[in-house]
Ligand binder design. Structure first.
Ligand code: SF4
Length: 692
């Protein structure tokens, strides 16, 4: 803390929005936050920021915040404000009653990628040690779980390969299913700078995002594929690499395994650009030219987002991109790599912290006896070796009656998860839903206990960004509810008979470092000294690791995995002839719980549906019409925006507002390996209701 005059003090902390993880000085006058100033020395942002991090912090002190705990017997009862002790006792007592009646596996928790590493760690510890099961999942389930799976299979590490600075060395940048200028603006600007300097750009996206053509930037290729055909496109590019002699033989032979089997698969005629052109909607010569450009680049870098992962083949596509990068030798140095752009501030961290039902901290499977014994010895509890329930499995089990109690930490599943009718039915069927959050969100409508959370301005801890950079989050004010979030979790565990206590979140990080090899050298003191640390940080890399897999892959040899294209079941039909895909805009953020409670809301007060002029004309829809959008699972209404950004046959919307509720129409389809929902492909019909 530094005295500055007016404002009279500042605290260095980290933005709580996207996975870029920008550092800021929070400047205060007395106890009042007056501005957020991007930090020149910020490892991820180097003095830059976007409108959300700089200005959209008003939600943290918004009058909508519920600051006292509340309980009720039934969700139709009015809420009753209570003291903390009663709220925590109620949660513990009811959870134990459910376990007594229905078994230890009848309860579980969902942790949040919005929360700190330390908070996520204690939630998964509460589930494993106090609940006595592995029913812990994270909201990363519905965004980047295929990244975790796909990159672990191929490279051995569930994380992006590069630091952000690396893009400055890229000669060809491939952006697949991501919209960095809207969703990751500070990194998007860094990328644009490199493109203005002359790097070539390939965009793979059904929608014409801004990057395709903007001042001084024009993509060499925009592969405007049909939604759901990513894997066919990446396989076709790899086919060109293999059949036209563009493989980096030296890299493949010295660094990888499984190449021959993969090459035999990828060279098959059905993977050729000509064979997939009609299916993908991308002309064969465009596919060939794009593949040659990437393969012949000195440095070719792939950046991708939820347009890759949120498909029924999300994990296949992640492995397909990894195959392509290995085949061309585009790994292990500056300017290359396979780089997930994480949506939320701590997606990487929440996954690192073991909040998956099959993995302990550090991505180690619960069936690994040696790893489990590390935690068992420290925690004094026997841990289960069988994976627990994923989020969609929890919902299914709730409807079956075998899953009855859920702790939801900082995620609005009743707005963000797909097929909301199913989510509502599941939540409504449970005996106990506990919501720990800033606001009485949509999920809280189904809750029996509400525990007020703390904003990032009230927290000490760490977030880990998309480049594995562990940044400090520092409190500028005490928790408005009177309790730290990690304390609440510890007190619930303790009340359930498993004592959990820390004096400070730094002690939680010390426990993470003691149990998780990639965090061995991480501590609050160390981060405070150096500013931030990119994991792995261990004896081999005491300063951290900006670029991974430099001399060898985490798993030893990089592994080629054949990636057959299996089309989604979700097809356009006579009844539902259009394909809906979804995304975000710059001024709003995810379900909008924060940005809708700042001045930003005035800029984009509603979600709209982009529809191509031909499809609009067919339906008699004009700009601004109120339209109904219906899928096989539900329908909603919103206003139309006629746009050439989407091709004929494709419509697009955002999901920032509960009133329009795009996820009323998205379906239960999900990635075959991870159950990440297929938000990006929903067959719909659009009909005009009446003029504005
Ligand atoms: Fe925050 Fe992301 Fe914007 Fe940076 S780019 S200020 S992390 S929202």
């Amino acid at each position: 803390v530094v005295d500055l005059g007016m404002p009279n003090r500042s605290v260095v902390t980290t933005c709580a929005y996207c996975g870029v993880g920008c550092s800021f000085k929070a400047e205060l006058k007395g106890d009042e936050l007056v501005r957020m100033v991007p930090l020149k020395d910020g490892g991820a942002n180097e003095g830059h920021s976007c409108v959300k991090g700089r200005f959209a912090y008003g939600y943290a002190t918004h009058s909508d915040r519920q600051l006292r705990p509340m309980v009720r017997d039934k969700i139709t009862d009015p809420w009753r404000e209570v003291e903390w002790e009663e709220a925590i006792t109620t949660v513990a007592t009811r959870m134990l009653e459910i376990q007594k009646q229905y078994g230890a596996g009848a309860i579980g928790a969902i942790s949040s990628s919005r929360c700190t590493n330390e908070e996520v760690f204690v939630v998964q510890k509460m589930v494993r040690a106090a609940f006595g099961n592995n029913n812990i999942d994270t909201c990363a389930r519905v965004c980047h779980s295929p990244t975790g799976y796909g990159l672990k299979q191929t490279f051995g590490e569930s994380a992006g390969t590069q630091d952000f600075r690396s893009v400055a060395q890229a000669d060809v940048i491939v952006v697949i299913g991501a919209n960095p200028t809207e969703a990751h603006p500070v990194f998007g600007s860094r990328m644009k700078q490199r493109l203005r300097e002359g790097a070539e750009l390939i965009v793979v996206d059904p929608r014409r995002i801004d990057l395709v053509r903007s001042p001084h930037i024009e993509a060499a290729h925009h592969l405007q594929l049909n939604p759901g055909t990513n894997v066919a496109v990446v396989n076709a590019m790899a086919h060109v690499v293999v059949t036209e002699g563009l493989v980096d033989e030296a890299f493949v032979s010295s660094r990888c395994e499984g190449f021959d089997e993969w090459a035999e698969f990828i060279a098959r005629p059905e993977n050729s650009p000509e064979a997939v052109a009609a299916l993908t909607g991308v002309p064969a010569d465009e596919l060939r030219a794009a593949a040659r450009l990437y393969a012949r680049a000195g440095n070719g870098a792939i950046y991708y987002g939820l347009g890759v992962t949120e498909h029924s083949q999300g994990s296949t596509m992640v492995m397909g991109m990894a195959n392509l990068a290995m085949a061309t030798g585009n790994l292990g140095r500056d300017g290359v790599g396979v780089n997930p752009l994480r949506g939320q501030n701590n997606v990487q961290g929440s996954c690192d912290m073991g909040s998956f039902p099959h993995e302990l901290p550090g991505y180690r499977h619960v069936s690994d006896d040696a790893v489990r014994s590390v935690f068992e010895n420290l925690w004094g509890r026997t841990l289960l070796s069988e994976p627990g329930l994923r989020i969609p499995n929890m919902f299914d089990a709730a409807i079956d009656g075998s899953f009855r109690g859920l702790f939801v930490h900082g995620e609005d599943i009743a707005q963000s998860d797909p097929n909301l009718q199913h989510v509502s039915a599941a939540l409504g069927a449970m005996d106990l839903v506990v919501v720990q959050d800033l606001f009485l969100n949509e999920t809280a409508k189904f809750a029996h206990v509400f525990l007020p959370g703390a904003s990032f301005l009230e927290k000490d801890g760490t977030f880990t960004n998309a480049e594995r950079r562990i940044n400090r989050v520092r409190a500028v004010m005490p928790p408005k509810s009177g309790k730290h979030e990690w304390t609440i979790v510890c007190e619930i565990a303790t009340a359930m008979g498993y004592p959990m206590h820390y004096d400070h979140p730094s002690q939680i990080m010390d426990e993470i470092a003691a149990t998780t090899p990639t965090f061995t050298g991480v501590s609050f003191d160390r981060i405070d000294q150096v500013g931030s640390i990119q994991w792995p940080c261990d004896e081999a890399a005491p300063e951290g690791t900006p670029i991974m897999h430099v001399d060898s892959f985490t798993r030893g040899q990089g592994k080629f995995v054949p990636t057959p294209f299996v089309p989604t079941d979700e097809r356009s039909t006579r009844r539902f002839p259009l394909i809906l895909t979804t995304g975000r805009i710059l001024s709003q953020y995810n379900v909008g719980a924060q940005t809708r409670r700042t001045a930003n809301v005035a800029w984009h007060p509603e979600d709209v549906l982009e529809i191509h002029p031909h499809d609009a004309e067919d339906r008699g829809v004009v700009d601004g019409d109120l339209i109904e959008i219906a899928s096989r699972v539900g329908k909603t209404t919103l206003h139309a925006q006629i746009s050439n950004r989407v091709p004929p046959g494709v419509v697009y919307t955002t999901f920032h507002h509960p009133v329009t509720g795009a996820n009323v129409v998205t379906t239960e389809n999900s990635d075959w390996a991870t159950n990440c929902p297929e938000y990006k492909v929903t067959a719909v019909q659009v009909t005009r209701t009446h003029a504005p």
